[in-house]
Design a protein around this ligand. Structure first.
Ligand code: NDP
Length: 280
């Protein structure tokens, strides 16, 4: 397998451009061992960024994550998220401590505001900065922020320390290419693409299937390769199947011709005007 492509964070740290999602994990005890195994398989294959949140399985996904990283914490770049209603200055600190104890670790590498809620960004950012100063988190960022939200964030004290924006981005949801993606690229703020295979819904698209076949690849691999070829984009596919994690990891090895990328542009057209950021 070739080397994993990497994305640089504003701090200068490089993280793999292909990571592991965890939404829907930790909801059913009967699936737990397989979920842990899937994450471990991903880590073995170089997908050493894990994305989780206090929301997923109401803490259950963080417990699964904690099990997967137990004897290899230093290999992993750990991302978690705080609920908006917990995102007061004091609330983010308390939520972070709960997440740390569920994951049985002493630090989260990147801690995100899951989406914008009722708390002032000033308060959330101040809480994030407190956590950074005490070493509980390495960096902080946001999720589901459109370009105008990002502009607003920069007006907040320490807002310029935002290290990532995690948003819905895949072949069938290319709206961010019009404004948000270039905005982030110009400022060196990575975009984490969530639902990178549109939760499986795009995988039967005829053109995607045709191109995948031409490379002896799968539609999921082509969909992921599309994302990680963009500068400053990290894709975080979720799978609770070790075999599918292996399949997804192989996306990094795909070398697709310009002609086929153009064919995909016809099947999944890029935006021609501003579209509001979509959310799942
Ligand atoms: P994905 O696009 O990653 O799709 C996940 C679904 O696709 C699962 O049902 C999975 O099933 C299936 N799947 C995975 N790999 C393959 C494959 N190779 N072939 C066919 N099916 C496959 O969707 P998610 O919504 O889970 O997004 C990824 C991650 O992004 C989340 O897990 C979460 O960490 C994050 N996220 C963040 C959000 C936010 O608001 N910040 C919102 C949504 C997601 P199976 O597990 O059975 O393999």
């Amino acid at each position: 397998m070739p080397d994993m492509p990497v994305t640089r964070l504003p701090s200068g740290i490089s993280v793999p451009s292909l990571g592991l999602g965890t939404w829907k994990m930790g909801e059913d005890a009967r699936s737990a061992d397989r979920e842990v195994e899937s994450l471990k398989r991903g880590l073995d294959l170089g997908m050493t960024l894990i994305d989780t949140a206090e929301m997923y399985g109401e803490g259950g996904a963080e417990i699964i994550t904690g099990r997967a990283i137990a004897d290899r914490r230093d290999e992993v770049f750990l991302v978690s998220k705080v609920y908006p209603w917990n995102a007061s200055r004091r609330g983010v600190i308390d939520a972070c401590h709960r997440s740390l104890s569920r994951m049985k670790t002493d630090r989260i590498d990147l801690y995100l505001l899951h989406w914008r809620g009722e708390h002032e960004l000033e308060a959330t950012v101040a809480g994030f900065e407190d956590l950074r100063e005490t070493g509980k988190i390495g960096a902080w960022g946001v999720s589901n922020f459109d370009a105008d939200d990002m502009e607003g964030l920069l007006d907040v004290p320490a807002g310029e320390n935002c290290a990532a924006n995690q948003v819905l981005y895949n072949l069938s949801r290319r709206g961010i290419e019009y404004d948000l993606l270039p905005w982030c690229q110009q400022r060196g703020i990575p975009v984490m693409a969530y639902s990178p295979i549109e939760q499986g819904r795009i995988l039967r698209n005829a053109e995607l299937v045709r191109i995948a076949k031409a490379y002896q690849a799968t539609p999921a691999q082509v969909a992921l390769a599309f994302l990680i070829r963009q500068q400053g984009v990290i894709a975080i596919p979720k799978s609770s199947s070790p075999e599918r994690v292996e399949e997804n990891a192989c996306a990094m090895a795909l070398d697709i011709s310009d002609r086929d990328w153009q064919a995909l542009d016809l099947a999944f057209p890029p935006p021609r005007r501003k579209l509001p950021l979509e959310m799942l």
